[in-house]
Design a protein around this ligand. Sequence first.
Ligand SMILES: [Zn+2]
Length: 441
Amino acid sequence: MSAARSRLSTSEMQSSVQIPAAIAGRRVWLRLGTMIDGSGAAPQRDAHVVYSKAGILYAGADTPPAEMVKSGRTATTPDAELPDYTLLPGLIDAHTHIFLEGGELDLDKRAAFLKQSPEELLELARGRLEKIVRLGVTAMRDCGDRDGVGLALSRLCASPDRPLMPYIDSPGAAIHRRGRYGSFMADPLESFPTAAACVAARVRAGADRIKLIPTGIINFKQGAVTTAPQMTTEEIGAIVAAAKSHNRQTIAHGSGDDGLERAIEGGVDSIEHGFFLRDDQLAKMRDRHIAWAPTFSPVEKQVDHRDRLGWDAHVVANLKKILDRHAASLVKAHAMGVEIVAGSDAGSCGVAHGLGFLEELELMERAGLSPAAIVYSATGASARRLAFKEKFGEIKPGYLSRFILTRHSPLETVANLRKQKIIVFDDQVFATGESPDVSGL
Ligand SMILES: [Zn+2]
C-alpha cells in the first residue's frame, strides 16, 4: 500500500478530527473516551492506544511508557485527544459471497450477472473491496463461489501487491450433492470417488476452508425446509475428517433441524443460517464449540422487498414467523453460551456487502441481543473461533491496526455504526460520512 494514498476529502476533514496516518515508521498515540477491545470484556473508559502501520503496540488505561510513543521524536502528549470517541476493532463479516452483487434486487439481472466470465466477476468483486473497508468491515470469511473469485481475492490479500481491501479468505467452490441446491456456488461431491479426494482437490485449488451444503434451503411458500438433507452424517463426518487432515475448518450451510442434526453430529466448525435449530441442538453446539452465524439478512430482505419479489400475505406471514423464531433462538443461544459469529450472507438478494453487514447487526439487536454482545460477535468472537491468517478483531499488542473511531457509541445501539466514523487501516485513515458509496455492493 502506498503511503501517498491519503484519502480524506476536504468536506470529510471538516467534519472529523485529525488522526495522523501511521506512515514512514510513525507511531500514533490516541487517547480515547471509550475503548471496546473486542475481547468481550467491559469497555474501558479513558484508554490509550499506540500503534504503527505494522500493528498495535499498546492498549490500556495507563499512559503508555515514554519509550513506546517515541519514534525519532519525543512525544509527551497524544497525537489526538478523543474524549467523546469510542474505538472498536474493525468489523468481521463471517459470511459473505464476494462474487455476487448483493444490492441487486432484479432477479433477471441477478441471473444475467452470473453468466459473466470468471474474469469479469473478479473485476467486479475487486471494485467492491475499498468500499467495504470504508464502511468499517475490515475482514470477511467468504463462503464460496465456483468461479475462483474468492480464491483469487484470498491470494491477492496474501500477496505483496495487496490493494486496500478487507482481509478475505475463501473455501472456493462449496461441496454439494449433484442436482441439489447450491450449484451456483458449489461443485458436486460426486465428481470425486471419495470425500477425502474431493476435499484434497479443494485444498489443491487453494481453499482456506471447506464449505459444505448438507441441507436444502427454506421453502418460503411452505414456511419450512421441505427437502431431505443432501448428505448423511457419515458423509459430513468424512468431509470434516478430511478437512482436519489438511488443517482446514469446515463451514456448513444448514437449515431444517434434521439436516442440522447431521451437520452437528458430523462435527463441523460452524453452522451457517441455522434456521429451525432446536434448543437441544444449540446445547450440543455450545458443548462442541460449533460456531453459529445466524444470517438474518437474506430472509429479512425477502420481507422488506415483498412486493418487488412477488410474495403474498401468506408467504410474508411465514417469513415473519421464521424470523421471530430465529430471533428467539439467537437470544437463547447467546444465554446458553453458543459461540455466535455475525455474518450477513452478503451477496444474497438484497444483502449488499458491507452495508448489509451493518444491517445484520441491527437485526441481531432487534432480535434481543445487547449491543455489546453483537459487537463481540462481529469482532473478537469471530477472530477467536474462525482461525484467520492475520491477527485482527481485538485491540491489543500484536494485533493489526484496523479499527473504527466513532462519536456515536455502538454500545447505545449498533445502528450508530452507520453514522459518521473514522476507519484506521494499517497506515491509512478514512472518514466515512452518512452516505457512503455503496454502488455495486
Ligand atoms: Zn451463503
